[in-house]
Design a binder for this molecule. Structure first.
Ligand code: MG
Length: 376
């Protein structure tokens, strides 16, 4: 397919309620949506950056710069045989996986729409529904956390993940277990601890957690391998796995027993699938985390999570977990049994709510081969 036009949009979408991790409280989602027109067909993707370098070193402005000045010129007017080749075609640009993801995902959507097949099928997906878990941020008080968890369980979510940090960890887990002794439960530290906290973290072992996600530094593999030897609870890595090579190293070192694969973190769907395949060969389960994506990124996450080795419920929740109104129609909904349907329509299987999207777009640029136009 020939890339005829690329459009990038800086979107700001208010969250229903703030979301707090060990490093930051967020009230509004800042992200970039990418639309590609190829052979007359339009596809959409998302670069799930933030307004600052918090989860990732990328931001709205770095991704905008790299897309505008490097990635889009590299792809515009080019013949791309398959979206699966796009990541390699962008290989001259080092790093910047989130910038690459938006463009790569848009090409996947366009390719699937051209073929008239759901994206999940094009990727090799085998499920028509995915099990949905919910990620609950740090709250101002324990009663508030318990109330929220109770609400999500009543909605049907199949697994609960709570964000932890020093001072909001073992006591919180003990209380959750007292209330819900058997619910599938896990914690995510987003790198809030050091190896010196190993004994403290080992106290979590008695509560039967599915896993502890990313306890140590965001770029570490070695110390996680030492910590994993001290813990019965499986460690799951998120931030520490930006590439398939890091995944291989982590599994060789014993740094984790589970990997959370987020397309945005690894440079798109093809890279996510490579990590999925590597883990599958080694019998290591994976699941799909979230970056508070709008419905566009959410749709791509749902599609990749339909692959066979995504055997654990992920963080892909319904649109209304985060947003009053999503930028896609229909929004993603939770079934009463705690699953989310994999869309059956062509491509990502949902359509852009263009009127609403205009109201949440802060900035937009359109690139064609001959010119580009900027709208603030
Ligand atoms: Mg995480």
């Amino acid at each position: 397919m020939r890339v005829e036009q690329v459009e990038i949009r800086y979107v700001r979408l208010p969250l229903k309620r703030h979301f707090e991790t060990s490093f930051r409280r967020t009230r509004e989602r800042h992200t970039i949506l990418v639309a590609v027109r190829a052979d007359g067909v339009e596809g959409w993707g998302e670069s799930p950056v933030e307004d600052g370098p918090w989860f990732s070193s990328e931001t709205v402005e770095t991704a905008w710069h790299v897309l505008r000045d490097f990635l889009i010129p590299m792809m515009l007017g080019q013949e791309i045989a398959r979206a699966a080749d796009a990541f390699a075609r962008m290989g001259r640009v080092r790093g910047h996986p989130m910038a690459k993801t938006g463009l790569e995902e848009a090409l996947w959507d366009a390719e699937a729409r051209q073929q008239g097949v759901p994206l999940a099928r094009l990727l090799g997906g085998v499920r028509d529904r995915i099990e949905s878990g919910v990620s609950v941020g740090i709250q101002d008080s324990l009663p508030e956390l318990l109330e929220q968890v109770e609400g999500y369980l009543a909605q049907g979510y199949r697994r609960v993940k709570v964000k932890i940090k020093p001072g909001w960890d073992v006591d919180v887990v003990r209380e959750l277990r007292r209330r819900w002794p058997t619910v599938p439960l896990m914690v995510d530290a987003n790198s809030a601890y050091t190896l010196a906290d190993a004994d403290h973290l080992a106290a979590l072992d008695e509560w039967g957690l599915l896993m502890i996600e990313q306890p140590l530094a965001y770029d570490d593999l070695y110390e996680h391998s030492l910590l994993q030897r001290r813990l019965r609870t499986p460690i799951c890595l998120d931030e520490s796995i930006p590439t398939p090579a890091h995944a291989r190293a982590a599994l060789e070192l014993g740094s984790c027993r589970i990997i959370n694969i987020k397309p945005g973190r690894v440079g798109g769907l093809a890279q996510a699938r490579r990590i999925h395949d590597l883990c599958q060969e080694r019998g290591v389960p994976v699941w799909c985390g979230g970056l508070l994506e709008t419905g566009v990124g959410r749709a791509h996450n749902v599609a990749i999570a339909s692959l066979p080795n995504y055997t654990l419920p992920g963080d892909i929740s319904a649109s209304d977990r985060y947003y009053e109104r999503d930028v896609v129609v229909p929004p993603f909904r939770l079934n009463p049994d705690g699953t989310i349907d994999v869309p059956r329509g062509p491509g990502i299987g949902v359509e852009i709510d263009r009127d609403f999207l205009e109201t949440v777009t802060v900035r937009r640029e359109v690139f064609t081969q001959l010119q580009h136009t900027c709208h603030d």
